[in-house]
Design a protein around this ligand. Structure first.
Ligand SMILES: [Zn+2]
Length: 508
């Protein structure tokens, strides 16, 4: 008597809307491959009408997904729906996800449409989408602040026009679990569609309740949860996929429901997404944080050693958390290295694999042991960000530093052409950044700058992360190296490349 809950992942659409996140096509494909392998039911790959980049991303994900349905988001407008259909043409299971707001505040102030006009939009949009594909989802944006009688009309109409999944979003993260569960129940009951449709929820985390609200909705009868890896998303983010999945699994006794997710891929997928988006996972994050299974207190350690279940409600192996991250060294061959990369979720072309193996061997010459984190740091930063999307490439640099003054000379390739410049600063990193600014002609604000050790040992790689902003656009950059100055410069160049993906660039 277990119900099957569908996991609809929107890391590549809602997650990608998180401030400072801008994934390139190659990175989106890497993440989609991983989501597909993890057996999410639906991958929402983008909003094709929003930009050419989204269009291309949905098209690419549609081509590679073997198991999951691939969804493209669309407003009720004809052009949005046709673009989504166009992008989804190569998909085995295409889904068009049509949405329009149904709350009084959104209808009046954002859409400037009357409730009648909104219903007319739903009728036209859903009918058109259903004429193109079998699988249509309809979302009533801001549903949690909409009136139930109007939602009943909107959803009933969407079902009549062919929608088979109905989504009830808590767009602004305003709901509270017991209330939201009751709300979902009331909407389902009012519409009275029985088992002929799938009810879905999409909760935001503004009050830290996205997962709790999603689970309350499952209790009330929802069969699909929209979520993202690491809970990424607009503002405070979405419901976290790993938390929803493990809550349902760990408390199967209560929910009497299961997902199709291959849970040992949760941890590596979280790492992959964190690495590619540049958004770190807090150590105390449930399920996938570094400390999620760390027992610090002696009493707890003793308990776990005599019987794991005394203090552990989940087996770390079930979520793919590594028991030991020390894995490879100088004598490891390319076969073992390739296997490890695959396990970590990286799917490289032959050419990129050769380059990665060379980076690994170079690293082994400089470091006794190479950890998963080290491999991730070098492979993701240097290879997954596609060379053809890199406007700027660091060729070399030199710095001279005294206690109160430093100077730096940097050579960058800007769209294939080398430029060198020099500058002074209070420290070597500042001097190098100024030299880079002279070359690019850009002077972004440095909002954040951090250097940390990739792993715990004294010969650890240093990893720099920076956040820069220019013309109202922000970008994160990361780079790891055994030389911290190089890491700092690499992170800055990486952030500039990500900014250039947003159209902020110069020819130097
Ligand atoms: Zn959302």
């Amino acid at each position: 008597m277990t119900r099957r809950i569908r996991i609809f992942d929107t890391t590549l659409r809602d997650g990608e809307q998180a401030a400072g996140v801008n994934l390139n096509l190659h990175e989106k494909v890497q993440i989609a491959q991983r989501l597909d392998a993890m057996r999410v039911d639906v991958i929402e790959a983008g909003f094709p009408a929003a930009s050419d980049g989204d269009m291309e991303a949905v098209r690419a994900v549609a081509r590679i997904a073997r198991h999951a349905a691939v969804a493209g988001l669309a407003r009720t407008r004809e052009n949005d729906i046709l673009r989504a259909f166009e992008a989804l043409k190569g998909a085995l299971r295409p889904r068009i996800h049509v949405f329009i707001a149904t709350s009084p505040i959104h209808m009046e102030h954002k859409l400037k449409l009357s409730p009648r006009e909104v219903l007319e939009e739903i009728r036209r949009g859903v009918t058109l989408a259903r004429s193109l594909v079998e699988d249509v989802e309809f979302s009533a944006e801001d549903a949690s602040r909409s009136e139930i009688p109007f939602l009943k009309e909107a959803f009933s109409l969407a079902i009549q026009c062919g929608a088979t999944t109905l989504n009830i979003p808590d767009t602004v993260g305003y709901a509270e679990p017991s209330e939201f569960g009751q709300f979902v129940h009331s909407v389902m009951e009012a519409v009275g569609a029985g088992d002929s449709v799938t009810w879905s929820v999409h909760c935001h985390d503004d009050l830290g309740l996205a997962v709790a609200n999603s689970l309350a909705a499952v209790m009330a009868g929802a069969n699909q949860v929209e979520c993202t890896v690491n809970g990424l998303g607009e503002r405070a983010g979405n419901a976290s996929l790993e938390e929803v999945v493990m809550a349902l699994r760990t408390r199967r006794d209560l929910f009497k429901a299961e997902t199709g997710i291959s849970t040992p891929l949760l941890y590596p997928t979280s790492r992959l997404v964190s690495r590619l988006t540049g958004i770190p996972v807090p150590p105390n994050k449930a399920i996938v944080g570094d400390n999620a299974f760390a027992h610090e207190s002696g009493i707890h350690q003793h308990g776990v050693l005599s019987k794991r279940e005394t203090y552990e409600i989940m087996d770390p192996r079930d979520v793919g958390a590594p028991s030991s991250s020390l894995i490879l060294g100088k004598h490891s061959g390319s076969h073992a290295f390739r296997e490890r990369l695959n396990e970590m979720g990286y799917n490289l072309s032959e050419e990129d694999f050769k380059a990665a193996f060379k980076l690994f061997k170079d690293l082994c010459d400089r470091k006794k042991t190479v950890t998963d984190q080290d491999i991730e740091a070098i492979v993701a930063d240097r290879l997954v960000t596609l060379p053809e999307t890199c406007v700027y490439e660091l060729v070399n640099f030199s710095v001279q530093a005294a206690s109160d003054m430093a100077s730096a000379t940097v050579t960058l390739k800007v769209q294939g052409e080398e430029h060198t410049d020099a500058a002074a600063g209070n420290g070597p990193v500042e001097a190098a950044y100024r030299a880079i600014d002279r070359i690019t002609g850009l002077s972004p604000d440095l909002k954040e700058f951090r250097i940390s050790a990739v792993s715990g040992s004294s010969d650890s790689l240093g990893e720099a992360s920076v956040e820069i902003s220019l013309e109202g656009r922000a970008a994160l950059g990361r780079w790891a190296s055994t030389d911290v100055i190089e890491a700092a410069i690499g992170a800055y160049v990486n952030a500039l490349n990500r900014l250039s993906l947003l159209g902020v660039t110069s020819n130097g």
